[in-house]
Design a protein around this ligand. Structure first.
Ligand code: IPE
Ligand code: IPE
Ligand code: MG
Length: 247
């Protein structure tokens, strides 16, 4: 029996979020420049997306570039932005065939013009797709997102579109970049780092975390299945007792 066959089809997470980490270390291990790792990372995205589609994951959020990543050397930032443009160009047609819908979360305006244009183009090309929702977190950080949400809520209160008593956790959800997307049941981080690095802090309040030492360029859909299998064998209690869950 393969790992995929062992998965419980009734317990597939709707939304899996992944912190794709370890590209630089992978490149160094292979005696190469960091960029080589980022390039290889695109292959992992392809494999994981295919795996997500095979097992029926509806939303796949990939942390591709954080607000903090702007602090990297300019040459690496430029190379990453170039790779993004290249990947979107090269993959959009095949994403369409695979029925993948694309969206992004993050500070769109901070991205270089060329990236903005390509993203807009690709999102539009794929807008009628009904398969996996691929969500790219680009120039994203949770504290940026929450700050933006609070600012918009304050503006709407000031403009009397909202009353302070309207502010509930459901309303906050609506002001976040992830509006309309269910919270991830499963969060994966590769490369052995045990931290969130400013990713989806609000949305992962009750997610299951899966940390793996596998570096992102080595991560394949088989590793995704392993993570989902692990997830399926956990008991999610949401504050209740184990006894309550069992009965
Ligand atoms: C993840 O790999 C990709 C991005 C953050 C853009 P890293 O580039 O962080 O690789 P390591 O952590 O240095 O190995
Ligand atoms: C987190 O990875 C961001 C992305 C994967 C895009 P980093 O490699 O930038 O995280 P830190 O700085 O080591 O926490
Ligand atoms: Mg890293």
């Amino acid at each position: 029996m393969t790992l995929k066959e062992k998965l419980n089809t009734d317990k597939i997470p709707q939304h899996v979020a992944i912190i794709m980490d370890g590209n630089g270390r992978w490149a160094a291990m292979h005696g190469n420049e960091r960029f080589f790792g980022h390039e290889q990372g695109v292959e992992s995205v392809r494999s994981v997306l295919e795996g997500a589609s095979e097992i029926g994951i509806k939303y796949l959020t990939l942390y591709a570039f954080s607000t903090e990543n702007w602090s990297r050397p300019k040459a690496e930032v430029d190379a990453l932005m170039g790779l993004l443009v290249h990947a979107i160009n090269a993959e959009t047609e095949s994403l369409k065939k695979k029925n993948v819908k694309l969206s992004m979360i993050g500070d769109f305006d901070s991205l270089p013009d060329e990236v903005q244009q390509k993203l807009e183009w690709s999102i539009n090309e794929l807008k009628d797709c009904t398969g996996v929702n691929l969500i790219l977190a680009l120039s994203y950080s949770s504290k940026w997102e929450i700050t933006e949400a609070i600012r918009k809520i304050a503006e709407d209160v000031q403009a009397q579109k909202l009353k302070t008593e309207d502010i509930t956790k459901e309303l906050i959800d609506k002001y976040l970049a992830t509006n309309g997307i269910p919270d991830p049941e499963l969060l994966i981080r590769t490369s052995g780092e045990n931290r969130l690095s400013n990713f989806l802090l609000w949305q992962v309040a009750y997610s299951e975390f899966y940390f793996t030492p596998v570096l992102w360029p080595d991560f394949t859909k088989e590793h995704l299945f392993e993570a989902v299998y692990d997830y399926q064998n956990r008991e999610r209690r949401f504050g209740k007792t184990s006894q309550q869950i069992v009965s």
